[in-house]
Design a protein around this ligand. Sequence first.
Ligand code: ARG
Length: 318
Amino acid sequence: MGPGLLPALLVLLLVLLRGEEASPRRSPASQSLVGACGRRPAVSELATGSRIIGGRDAPRGAWPWQVSLQIYHIHVGYHHVCGGSLISHNLVLTAAHCIRKNRDPEMWTAVIGLHHLYKDDSYTVKHQVKDILIHSDFELATNNNDVALIILTKSVKYNAYIQPVCLPKTSPVLTDETPCYISGWGNTKENGVGEHILQEAQVDIIPLRICNKLDWYAGTISLKMICAGSASGKIDSCQGDSGGPLVCYFPNATRYYQVGITSAGIGCGRPKYPGLYVRTANYRSWIDSQLLNKAISVGIQFVLFFLIPGRMLLHTVL
Ligand code: ARG
């Protein structure tokens, strides 16, 4: 075991984590963390039709990156708490406020390839959680930096109903024509209950200059957030949708990119109070750095546990 092995190991991990680089054709942004992303093999590329609150049943496989994060309760078993999105074989992106009260990985399970909350399909997988990484600057009062990463104990195999979403590296240009969608099992009315079948809705991206008007959110929304829904209310996310993805389809790239994480809002579906989403492009470097830190610590542990004792053994034997 030569001394060059540790740097080589770290470089290898780095290369693996960087994933595929963007090609210009795949604008507006980069690929997922590793390999292909943002495709929906089970349904046609572009979602059509209706415009959660004001949503409709999603076709099976329409949002193959959608995750249901479930927590264990004695007597009840696992039950849905929040949404999430699959961003690589073993990583789920979600909102920090979903897990802040219960940071013990053992309490959680991530369900992927799910359509009906209480009826698994043959391709549905349930994975335990190895680690939870919450953004260190998350602030509950303001919803600032409402981002967390969940590392699964096992890698998920992709199929027509399980696929990762693309994450933009830079803020993509979102015009009125960009089709954007939300999805989740959250409440379908402000004080209502959730649907059992995954809901989807097409949303308008509402510019901050409108969203921050005095009779709207009155200047409280920062550039790190996206306002989306409809000016009149009616189409929105709600309790139980948090942590789930806001995605947009980019025809040039023929892929869906996750531009937001469902985070907050005043009420649900109220006029002038659209849903608030974490702008994912702002957190791409945070995600990369978290993964790099993890990889380095795993690399160091590997060296400490296997290579150093191995060398010492060699020295004593020889
Ligand atoms: N915080 C909510 C949750 O935990 C999501 C709120 C979204 N609200 C809205 N009006 N869009 O599920």
